[in-house]
Design a protein around this ligand. Structure first.
Ligand code: AMP
Length: 293
């Protein structure tokens, strides 16, 4: 297939009909939802879908209902031409780029409500965020009807909540998680990195460095979580560009329950990994990252 042959579609009926016809002929459909301003983290998901599926659809939609008041919806970076050119080199076949009014008409009145999992970690600092994410993802799932959808582990809580939504609401789509793609200095790639000034960009890898240090301390097992957290917060707060730390949490990878004591965790019958996840502000930019032990 000519890699440049991508179809840009803006309306729901067209993409729905095209994909339905392909599925009727037995094609396996892969789907990668994004908010655009693509980087290598996004393309790693798209390339995996292209490898594993017959046809890949990518969506670009900056979803207004997942942004809180005062957040960066208006300033979120956009570059559709560049995104199209990047996608055309991946082998994906469709780019679904609906207008806001296509996704949310004036009479839009229904949304997905995420319970406890949507109120911890990022959800505690961004009320309603995961309701907005799940609502748009469910809409996109219904519009595209993929067999497999690909999400990044950089947004671990989002991935976890989407997997749970798929299970709870009996959605017949397989969710695959993909590793975090990083810059050479360890900073997780993110469209929001674009906001960082030169000096902030230089200091931004402190987040991953602190998570790695915390992971190394955790693996030693002879130190309390309280102590690891205190050392980690000091590391972050000592950095001149870190304005605040939203959270620095130790959580069970399979439940997202908070882990308060490593002693109990290692002594108990817990077999699942430990997630260390954090969100910080570098200047006015909110960055998230995590490591799994
Ligand atoms: P976004 O455009 O930020 O909504 O992200 C779209 C998808 O790309 C989500 O599944 C993200 O988890 C994933 N993603 C974003 N950044 C990265 C990264 N650095 N590595 C891997 N996946 C990523």
């Amino acid at each position: 297939m000519d890699k440049k042959q991508i179809k840009i579609i803006k309306d729901i009926e067209t993409i729905h009909a095209e994909i339905a016809a392909l599925k009727k002929n037995g094609a396996k459909i892969g789907f990668v939802p994004t908010m655009g301003f693509l980087h290598k983290g996004h393309t790693s998901l798209i390339e995996r879908s292209v490898k594993e599926c017959d046809v890949t659809a990518v969506s670009i939609f900056i979803n207004p209902i997942q942004f809180g008041r005062g957040e960066d919806f208006d300033s979120y970076p956009r570059n559709t031409q560049r995104d199209k050119s990047i996608i055309s080199k991946t082998g994906a076949r469709y780019v679904f780029m609906p207008e806001q009014k296509t996704m949310y008409g004036d009479d839009f009145k229904t949304s997905v409500s995420v319970k406890k999992l949507g109120k911890i970690m990022c959800g505690r600092h961004r009320p309603g965020h995961f309701d907005g994410v799940c609502t748009v993802v469910l809409k996109l799932f219904n519009i595209i009807s993929p067999d497999i959808a690909y999400f990044g582990r950089k947004d671990f809580q989002q991935l976890f909540i989407i997997k749970k939504m798929v299970e709870d609401l009996n959605i017949n789509i397989k969710i695959k998680d993909c590793p975090t793609v990083r810059e050479e200095d360890g900073l997780a790639m993110s469209s929001r990195n674009r906001y960082l000034s030169e000096i902030e960009r230089k200091n931004a890898p402190i987040l991953f460095k602190t998570l790695q240090t915390a992971a190394a301390m955790t693996e030693r097992k002879n130190i309390s979580i309280k102590r690891i957290k205190s050392i980690s917060l000091k590391m972050l707060n000592c950095n001149p560009c870190v304005k605040s730390v939203d959270y620095f949490d130790f959580r069970n990878c399979e439940t997202l329950d908070e882990i308060k004591s490593l002693g109990n965790y290692f002594k108990g019958d817990a077999r699942s990994g430990i997630l260390i996840a954090a969100a910080i502000r570098i200047g006015s930019t909110r960055l998230i990252d995590n490591v799994v032990i």
